[in-house]
Ligand binder design. Structure first.
Ligand code: TPP
Ligand code: SF4
Ligand code: MG
Length: 342
């Protein structure tokens, strides 16, 4: 942050990161996420004019309208956030790509896109606002509903849950985390760290739907989540120019060097969790899930992976800014290329 805490490197204030007034239900977890995300984008010194917000369809997918008024934004189709984000990033790699999706949007109709986006390691922040229901269409169970969880109508979910963090880990995602919309402090730190990751960063945020799934028996209600939270560590992020002020010398800590030179410090609360060990992390996630606890924190980090842009060997100038004559072969080369197909 520059001279004044209220103004960032672009001379912008927090107000410049706001969006339209929310139209979601009062008390919806998604509104809390919007507030934390807005603050984290400001603190991260991300230029709002260089952000591409992409979403699908759902209450969660409406939220990009409620922050970063000046950014590029595409509210796409249900389950299509991932392919649209892929196209946007490849076309203009200079834009910071921020995807907002729901559990319905990602874990059902959009599951194929989710899988392939992670497999390609598209540099972006993928936020899932997870309430276990299709909020926008009046609260049917989604595929992330826990088996046995109840919705307001009294129905119990009979099926196994899809754990998007376990799935992301299995696919080799290099930044996987979970938080809770009501944990402002932890969510801020996770978002700040995720915004520095150079590949796909997936954050599954449990976000209660107060209208359709905040009842007794729902495992995504505010009360249940608060009572069953099991944080892995305390998180601190130190910018490259700052002295390390975070008091993390005592006890077991892990330090992670982020690509921009900042240091992420994770002070362990749960003994033995190794943020670099994918297999053990998957095992821990399954064990915690089976015990009915909700593990939160940064589960896994790998900063040594190539991302899709490295593989594509793109020009320094983003494709969107190249003139037409540089985007297509000249007639002589085109003839040679075509000869090769004969
Ligand atoms: C192709 C298509 N199928 C179904 C729908 C209906 N639909 C709209 S939103 C939605 C689910 C939204 O759930 P989720 O992504 O979890 O978002 P939430 O509202 O819970 O935040 C569905 C099924 C649609 N709009 N388009
Ligand atoms: S229906 Fe549920 S998810 Fe949608 S805005 Fe209301 S509380 Fe939020
Ligand atoms: Mg949902």
């Amino acid at each position: 942050m520059s001279e004044s805490k209220n103004v960032n490197a672009f001379g912008l204030t927090k107000k410049d990161y706001l969006g339209a007034k929310t139209t979601l239900c009062t008390g919806c977890g998604h509104n809390s996420i919007t507030a934390v995300l807005t603050n984290a984008l400001f603190l991260s010194q991300i230029n709002p004019y260089k952000v591409a917000k992409v979403s699908g369809i759902g209450c969660s997918s409406k939220t990009p309208a409620y922050f970063l008024n000046s950014s590029h934004s595409f509210n796409s189709m249900h389950g299509r956030m991932a392919p649209v984000a892929t196209g946007a990033k490849i076309t203009n790699k200079d834009l910071y790509t921020l995807g907002i999706s729901g559990d319905g949007d990602t874990a059902s109709i959009g599951i194929g896109g989710f899988i392939h986006l992670i497999r390609r390691n598209l540099p972006m922040l993928y936020v899932i606002e997870n309430n276990g229901v299709y909020g926008l269409t009046k609260g049917q169970f989604s595929a992330t509903a826990d088996k046995g969880s109840k919705i307001k109508s009294g129905d119990k979910s009979p099926f196994e849950t899809i754990d998007l963090c376990s799935m992301a880990l299995d696919l080799g995602c290099g930044f996987v985390a979970r938080s809770f919309s009501g944990d402002n402090k932890q969510l801020t730190q996770i978002l700040l760290a995720a915004m520095k990751h150079k590949g796909t960063a997936v954050i599954d945020i449990i976000s209660p739907c107060v209208t359709y799934a905040n009842n007794e028996g729902s495992t995504k209600s505010f009360t249940y989540v608060k009572e069953h939270l099991s944080p892995l560590h305390q998180i601190g992020l130190v910018e490259p120019s700052e002295d390390i002020k975070v008091d993390y010398n005592e006890g077991e800590t892990t330090q992670v060097k982020m690509p921009d030179g900042s240091t992420l410090t994770l002070k362990k609360i749960k003994k033995g969790h190794d943020v670099f060990n994918r297999e053990e992390t998957i095992k821990t996630l399954i064990e915690t899930r089976d015990s009915g606890q909700i593990l939160t924190g940064i589960f896994y980090i790998n900063e040594n992976q190539k991302n899709v842009l490295d593989h594509l060997n793109l020009s320094d100038t983003p494709l969107a800014h190249l003139p037409t004559d540089q985007m297509q072969p000249d007639p002589k080369h085109l003839t040679e290329i075509l000869k090769g197909f004969k």
